[in-house]
Design a protein around this ligand. Sequence first.
Ligand SMILES: NC(=O)c1ccc[n+]([C@@H]2O[C@H](COP(=O)([O-])OP(=O)(O)OC[C@H]3O[C@@H](n4cnc5c(N)ncnc54)[C@H](OP(=O)(O)O)[C@@H]3O)[C@@H](O)[C@H]2O)c1
Length: 349
Amino acid sequence: MIACMEAVLLTAPGSVDHFERAMLPLPVPGPDEVRIRIRAAGFNPMDWQKRKTIDSSRLPVILGGEVAGVIDAVGPRVLRFAVDDPVFAYLVRKPGGYAEYVCVRAVFVARKPGPLSFEQAAALPVAGLTAYESVIRAGVRPGDPVLVTGASGGVGSIAVQIARLRGASRIVATAGSDRSARYLTTRLGIPASQVVRYGGRSRADLAAAAIQCNEGRFFRVAFDFVGGAMTSLCADTVGVDGQVVAIATGPHDATHGEAENDEDHLFDKSATVHFVLLSARAALGRPAEWGWYAQRLDELARWTEAGVLRPPEIRNVGRLSVAAVRTAHQILEEGHVQGKLVMTVGGEP
Ligand SMILES: NC(=O)c1ccc[n+]([C@@H]2O[C@H](COP(=O)([O-])OP(=O)(O)OC[C@H]3O[C@@H](n4cnc5c(N)ncnc54)[C@H](OP(=O)(O)O)[C@@H]3O)[C@@H](O)[C@H]2O)c1
């Protein structure tokens, strides 16, 4: 029996220089937990946000909010899983993906979709669950025109597809570069005429361009997956009774001018704003409500197995190591990833 595992620890808040390799005791699963031998870990913007802002009293810590791997041990109250089951998981109540093993409550775990590699499955939990909840909250209906800001990112890549599954008729998406625009057209199948370039435009010009891409009509649904100036774009382009879903407080891009009061624009149109915070139910809800996560992961797995949902494009930053973690954090912090970043853990070198 292996008694130790390799992990990448964050030892102080702030710089990526504060990641260190460590050998740690193998974690032991609690009564409601499974231990996963991690095969791949996904990265999310919240990883670098936590790295910068985490309270020193919680250090050292292993970051990483999502993994895919194989069950290696099960707690006595876990009935849904057995040793050797391939799974993917959302590490919500305590992170720990940058390691060879992690223990997590079974309610945050689901069987890995058969057709997906471990790397593809590790890219799915956070972005997939957030996108799914966003589309449900917006109440996307057949025939709806939908605006997706940040569509080339992890959450956007999946939300575009789930919105289509719910019958959205036309998806208009924002892009900040040729690379991002190419991803939207080739990977997500959004026509070039429905891609809005946001750079260097005034607030009014940007809103007009997005509406133009929707044949001059306002949108019924607008997804704000960026924050900042994209919040304003969503406020400006939804119509009467429009639905806006906001998941981020993000950058105010200087090229878009002064931020204005978006609430007034939304009030004028009797619009509804939905805030989605994926971790809220796990942080504030009762344990009896946590099965929600596994049910939703199961649903995402069924869609991928049925071939109606493709995982986001993945970029592998390497094997579990300080260098791989640093690289992922630096790329994510720039804010312009297409699809998702993952790292491989274990297996053959
Ligand atoms: N509330 C929740 O539960 C929850 C869950 C997951 C994520 N989040 C947050 O939601 C956001 C998106 O997550 P993600 O994983 O999809 O991030 P991501 O993969 O890093 O994608 C970021 C996206 O933002 C776009 N972007 C960056 N700067 C922009 C700007 N100035 N104007 C317009 N678009 C810009 C990028 O597109 P271009 O390259 O085209 O600029 C890219 O598509 C992050 O802030 C994350 O922290 C929240």
